[in-house]
Design a protein around this ligand. Sequence first.
Ligand code: ADP
Length: 225
Amino acid sequence: MSILSIRNLSKTYQSGSRKLTVLENVNFDIQAGEMIAIVGPSGSGKTTLLGLCAGLDSGSDGSVVLNGNALEKLNEDQRAEVRNKDVGFIFQNFQLLPTLTALENVMVPLELKKRKDAKEKALELLEKVGLKDRATHYPTQLSGGEQQRVSIARAFANEPKILFADEPTGNLDTETGEMIEKLIFDLNKEKGTTLILVTHDLDLAAKTQRIIHIKGGKIQEDAHA
Ligand code: ADP
C-alpha cells in the first residue's frame, strides 16, 4: 500500500477578483521507505504541494491519502492528530518556537504524545544532532545551522513514518548543509522513514531515488533513478 497517494489534487487561491491556480491535477503515489525529491522553479507550487501532502493545509479539489487517512475528510484537529502521529516536517526557516529553549522545542512533540521520558528522549535527540551542550539555549542564541539541527531533532522526535523537508539546506553554508543532508538520509536508511524533499539543488535531488519535476503547478516528469 502507498504511504502517500495524491489524486487529482488542485489548489486555487482567490486574490481579490482573480483566481490563482497554484496546483492543477497532480497525481502520484509514494511507497513506504521511498526517498524522493520534488524540484522545480521558484513559484512552481512545491511548498504548497508539500504542505498539502503533510496536512498543513487543504486542497481545493482532489484527495490526499496519508498513511491510510483521507485528509480532505478530516477537520483541522483530526489533521493535526495525523500530523502528530505520523509526520515530521522540516522547514527552510526552521520555525522553532522562540520562547522555548532548544530542549523544550524538541520536547513539544513528545509531550503531545504524553511521553513520560520526554526530557531524556529530547536530550538523546539533541545529542544525535551534536547539540546536547546547547540544550538550554533559545533559538536566537543559536546559529542557523544549529537551529536547523534542533528542528531536525524535533522532527525526528515522534519517530515519523514520513518526513517532509522543505529546502532544509537552503539557508545554510555547504558544510552545515552536508551535515543536515546526512542526518536526513541516514534516517531513511536506518529506520526506513519515507523522505520527501523539496529542493532547487539538483545535486541534492540526484542523491534520492526518484525526482518529481513540477512547473506551473503541474507535474512535468516523475523520474525513477
Ligand atoms: P515554490 O515552493 O515552488 O516556490 P509556492 O508553493 O511557495 O512555490 O508558491 C506557488 C505560488 O502560489 C506562488 O505564485 C505563490 O505566490 C502562490 N501562493 C502561495 N501561497 C499563497 C497564498 N497563501 N495566497 C495566495 N497565493 C499564494
